[in-house]
Write a protein that binds this ligand. Structure first.
Ligand code: GLU
Length: 337
């Protein structure tokens, strides 16, 4: 009996040991990849904070935070995790996911559109060219239309729905960056013009001024890199928050959302991004960038200075390097022999 037990324990250890080894190695590689990218880019001085929203010009350009949250809820990070910036356009992803969840993918395709416009994120020409059709929920016209469509009979209910959604994706109560909200709300005539033009084409589904205001508020939600990475990881995990275990949206909703992120997540550089990295992603002019590795992890980097297309310079470089080091481009497969 005693010999049998020893034998069984030995077998179990042999089985378990390589498994433990593999898990430990994977954990080490996530952290190592983050550390490498952080060290490589921490002193890079390229790009410039957005300043068309005045308050964004005042944000510390040296903030640099990287976080990965795996679909089993493990967190790896480096840098400024205590510093928050406004989420800006990254919010469009989560309001879109809520809308797909509420009304289904067809409604979004028909009432908004899901093709990249090929024009700037706040292009009025893009709306005019298509008479309000075929706009995209990840650029301003489609995002304001999405806000106008999400559930809520009045602006208070709509805002609550949107903030609750962001909180559920992040697994925490997020706060508003009031100076950024006030700064943009006092200066968002262009977005109001877009909302009114959509209304003229019958493609705005709630009061245009209030929709623009709620949209401006959602862009001013304050986040750090870890919170953003949890939000991205919830998409990676089929809509279940990997930390709180709350079911936020369905796996199908995540798939539709990531489809649009793949074609339109990085403004005019979306094609270049997918070409180089292969992962659905979304940037914001606050300096945040998220990317999703479906089934594995969400990653987020914050660094405010942007390139000409409006994407964070350091964040793009860091995620590119990390994804490469981890070998997670889903388009790279090992050929069958
Ligand atoms: N609130 C910003 C705007 O409407 C968001 C822009 C962005 O991050 O792309 O201009």
């Amino acid at each position: 009996m005693k010999t049998n037990l020893r034998f069984i324990i030995l077998i179990i250890l042999m089985l378990v040991n390589p498994l433990f080894k593999a898990i430990a190695q994977k954990e080490l590689s996530y952290q190592a990849a983050i550390d490498h990218a952080y060290d490589k880019y921490k002193n890079l001085q390229e790009g410039k904070n957005a300043d068309y929203i005045k308050e964004l010009a005042n944000v510390d350009p040296n903030i640099f935070g990287i976080a990965i949250v795996t679909t089993d809820g493990k967190v790896y990070s480096k840098g400024d995790l205590g510093q928050r910036v406004s989420i800006q356009s990254i919010s469009k992803v989560f309001t879109l996911a809520r809308l797909i969840e509420e009304q289904g993918p067809r409604a979004v395709a028909e009432k908004i559109g899901v093709d990249a416009t090929g024009l700037r994120f706040n292009s009025i020409v893009a709306v005019e060219l298509q008479k309000g059709k075929e706009i995209n929920p990840l650029v301003n016209p489609g995002a304001i239309a999405a806000v106008s469509l999400v559930k809520g009979n009045d602006s208070v209910a709509k805002w609550k729905n949107i903030l609750d959604t962001h909180n559920a994706f992040a697994g925490t109560k997020l706060l508003l960056n009031k100076p950024v909200y006030i700064s943009e709300a006092g200066d968002n005539l262009r977005n109001q013009a877009i909302a009114h033009l959509l209304l003229a084409y019958g493609r705005m589904y709630f009061d245009p001024v209030q929709s623009t205001d709620i949209y401006t508020k959602q862009c001013a939600i304050n986040v750090n890199a870890k919170e953003l990475a949890v939000m991205a990881s919830t998409l990676a995990n089929g809509g279940v928050n990997p930390v709180t275990k709350e079911k936020v949206v369905s796996p199908e909703t995540c798939a539709f959302t990531m489809g649009i992120m793949s074609t339109a997540g990085l403004y005019d550089d979306s094609g270049q991004w997918l070409y180089a990295v292969g992962l659905p992603a979304k940037s914001g002019v606050g300096g945040g960038l998220i990317a999703v590795c479906p089934g594995k992890f969400g990653i987020a980097v914050i660094s405010p200075p942007l390139n000409a297309a409006g994407n964070s310079v350091k964040a793009q470089k860091a995620i590119f390097d990390i994804a490469k080091e981890l070998g997670v481009n889903p388009f790279i497969v090992t050929p069958k022999k």
